[in-house]
Structures are given as C-alpha cells and as structure tokens.
Design a protein around this ligand. Structure first.
Ligand code: GLY
Ligand code: MN
Ligand code: MN
Length: 435
C-alpha cells in the first residue's frame, strides 16, 4: 500500500462525511499478556485502513474542508531513552513527513487541542463501545466545549454518528492494491498448507504440523492471522479446536484451518486430508459431498447474486449428498426446509475477508441479503462433522470431520479463487502427499 492509497481512502471518507463532520479514530491499545509482557501489537484495522500508521498511542482526526489542516495525527513524541528499548517512533515530524498528515501534535497535548477542533462541527463520527476509556475522553472533550462556550457563536456537536457504516462499507470493496496483498497472503497460505500435507504422517503430534505452517508463514514475512486449527481424527468435529497436541493416527483425517496475515491482509484456508495419505471409502464419500457443496457455493459467488446464494447452494448440495450416502433419509427439499442437515453442518458457509479474518461489512442492507459486487472478498467453507455422539449414524462414519475453505473474490466475471492453487480434489491431495 502506498501513501497515496491511504490518502485516497481519507478523501473518500471525508467526501461522505460532509463539511460539518469530524471523525476521531484511536489506535489500538497495547495489551498485556502478563506483568511486563505485551501481546504482539497489531494496529486497529480501521485506523490502519485510513493512516497506515503502525504505532500505538495515536489518534487520527479528519476534518473535511478545514483550511488549516484536514488530516491531523496525534502521536507519541520522540524519546531517545524509550526508543532505545522499544524501537523508533515517528514523532509529530515523521507523522507529517512520512504519513501525509497535514498537521501533527504530541499525543500528550490532545486534551488541550481536540475540543477546539470540535468547535463549529455539528456531527462527530466516532465508533463507541470498543474502547471504554477513550469513549469517556471523547465525551469529555465535547462536555468541556459546552462548558467553555460562553456567549460566543461557537457551535457544539449535535450528533454522534458511528463511523462503522461509512468506513466498513468502504472496507468491503477491495481496491487493486488490496487484492494484490490478498493474493500474496493467499499464496503464502497455500505454500504453508502444501508443506503441512507433505510433512504429515502417522505418529506426529498436531503441534509438529502446526510448526510447519507457522514456519512457512514466517519465512515469507507473514504471521498467522488467527490461531491455526490442526485437528486430527475426532478433534476435527470441535469447530474451534485449540489444543493442537494430540497424536496423529493412521487411518484418521487431519483438518487444518490456518491462514496468514501479509501486509495486514488475511487469508483463511481449510483443508482436510488423510494422515496416512489415503482416504478410506467413508472419508472419501463425505469429502466428495463437501467438495461438491463448495463448488456449488463458489459458482454462486458472482456479482448480482446475493450474499446468501452461496450458502443456499451449499446447504442444498450437502443435504443431497447426505441423502446419497445414506446419512439422511427423505426428500431433499423437505430436508432443506426442516434443516435436517444442521446436526452435520451447523455453521455458515462464509464471511467477508480482508484486514480482519472476519472482515468488516454488513451482510444485510435494509433487512435484505446484500447483493454481491466486484471487489468483495469472502470465504467459502462448507463442512460436514459427524461427532461420535450423533444419533442414527453407523459406527463407520463416526469422528469424520471435513471442511474445505477457500478465499474468493467477486469479479465482473467468474469468481477468482485466491487460494485456488492448493489442491482440493481427493486424488490430487493423495498425489501431493505421495510425492
Ligand atoms: N478460521 C476462522 C474461520 O474459518 O472462520
Ligand atoms: Mn473462515
Ligand atoms: Mn478458517
């Protein structure tokens, strides 16, 4: 992403806000894991989207049409002693020189400066409820303005408007450079999964396969975008399995849901394959149903369809497949209507993908499913899970859990599967594992 990419976003947002608005966005806070140990710092996605500024203790303010400065950054001051420990800071000078701020101030001065910026602005765009401490300060600045208004003609803000609506709608449509970053994240994710498939064999522990994934992410300057799920055998039926410590058994399947973040953009990939490299008949039968459902869903990820069309297609294909292999009995339309597939397929078929793994953007507009448009990126991830406790299912099917997840960009033509280079067909997976 270039400086101009961030500047374009700010201009677009300011156009939508109008000249009586002011937007305030805080950077993500530093969070502590224990005593002095911090969690890895990651910038707030909204803040990053508009600024590209990666330091904590910063606040961005957008004031459309303000002659002196429309884009103001409050940042940490330079401090040789602190920088010796924690690394370089941009400081206010760097914020203007390197990040395109029209003006920048030390974060310590914000209480003095911000009330003045609110003056003459009737609408404050700010998303309440995520940072309670910061919410209080924003309210405090408005209150202090009211207290000092006197009999002058200063105007105080009349309205708080959540910034989400405008900003998250922008984030939903990926620009060309964003798609470049997402293709790169997908490519690294694909390599990591290929590496895991090649490394897998009976007797390994799940964490040893996880190490292959993480290692490949880091070799390409990416990080995991969420904790990888490396789930052998029945663990695949725990949707958010986290332990990743069991032994991988001959004859079991291994479900891996792992994706990386590159240049702040995520990929999100799931593959399911046999630990010993060969599917059993039952595993393959279930696998083929999930794959058919995924293909049907991806085919619906086209401009003009609505958000739920891929899910509807997956539900139909999974229901039909479960009838074919004998796990459901009855007529497909009736089974779809009664949601008979639910004990086997209990989650949605996908979500938006971008800076966040579960990315910003509404799924419904005015109570209706959103119409798909070019530039939207989503996951398509149907699954079938047959935990041991499920009733009315023969033993040979138990503990099979299969999910196949790819990342799909809606285009003007056919869907672009960003993760399409990773084998999906059962035969292709067996070939890759044998190689
Ligand atoms: N990896 C999280 C998800 O698939 O939604
Ligand atoms: Mn996902
Ligand atoms: Mn996933």
């Amino acid at each position: 992403m270039t400086r101009e990419d961030f500047a374009r976003r700010r201009r677009q947002l300011m156009r939508m806000m109008g000249k009586d608005g002011i937007a305030i966005l805080p950077a993500a806070p530093v969070r502590y894991r224990n005593s002095d140990v911090e969690y890895p710092y990651r910038q707030d996605s909204d803040f990053h989207y508009l600024t590209g500024f990666s330091e904590p203790e910063a606040v961005a303010v957008l004031i459309p049409g303000r002659p002196q400065a429309e884009y103001i950054l409050f940042v940490r001051e330079r401090d040789p002693q602190r920088e010796l420990w924690d690394g370089a800071r941009a400081g206010p000078d760097g914020a203007t020189a390197d990040y395109g701020a029209d003006d920048a101030f030390p974060i310590a001065d914000i209480d003095e400066i911000l009330p003045g910026l609110l003056e003459q602005r009737s609408r404050v765009f700010y998303t309440m409820g995520f940072h309670p401490d910061f919410d209080q300060r924003v309210v405090g600045w408005v209150s202090s303005l009211r207290a000092h208004m006197g009999q002058g003609n200063a105007q105080i803000p009349q309205e708080f408007i959540t910034l989400d609506h405008l900003l998250h709608d922008m984030r939903l449509f990926k620009s060309r450079p964003e798609l470049v970053a997402m293709r790169r994240a997908a490519q690294i994710g694909v390599r990591a999964h290929q590496r895991a498939m090649r490394a897998c064999r009976p007797g390994l522990r799940e964490y040893q396969v996880e190490a292959e994934l993480i290692g490949e992410f880091r070799r390409h300057n990416a990080h995991h975008a969420y904790l990888p799920i490396v789930a052998g055998g029945r663990n695949a039926c725990v949707l958010h399995y986290r332990d990743n410590d069991a032994e991988l058994k001959d004859g079991d399947l291994l479900l891996i849901d792992a994706g990386c973040e590159y240049d702040s953009y995520a990929c999100d990939i799931t593959r399911t394959f046999p630990v010993n490299g060969r599917f059993t008949a039952e595993q393959r039968a279930v696998y083929e149903v999930v794959l058919a459902a995924q293909r049907a869903a991806i085919a619906k990820a086209r401009a003009g369809n609505h958000w739920n069309d891929p899910h509807d297609a997956a539900v139909r294909a999974i229901t039909q497949g479960l009838v074919q292999i004998g796990l459901l009995k009855g007529k497909v339309p009736a089974l779809v209507r009664s949601e008979a597939y639910r004990p086997f397929f209990m989650h949605r078929t996908g979500h938006w993908l971008g800076l966040d793994v579960h990315d910003a953007g509404d799924y419904k507009v005015g109570g209706e499913w959103r119409v798909l448009e070019p530039g939207m990126v989503m996951t398509v991830e149907p699954g079938i899970y047959i935990p041991a406790g499920i009733r009315g299912v023969g033993r040979r099917w138990r503990n099979i859990g299969v999910r196949i997840e790819d990342d799909v960009a809606v285009t003007r033509g056919k869907p672009e599967v960003l993760t399409g280079a990773l084998p999906r067909e059962a035969d292709a997976i067996e070939r890759l594992m044998a190689a």
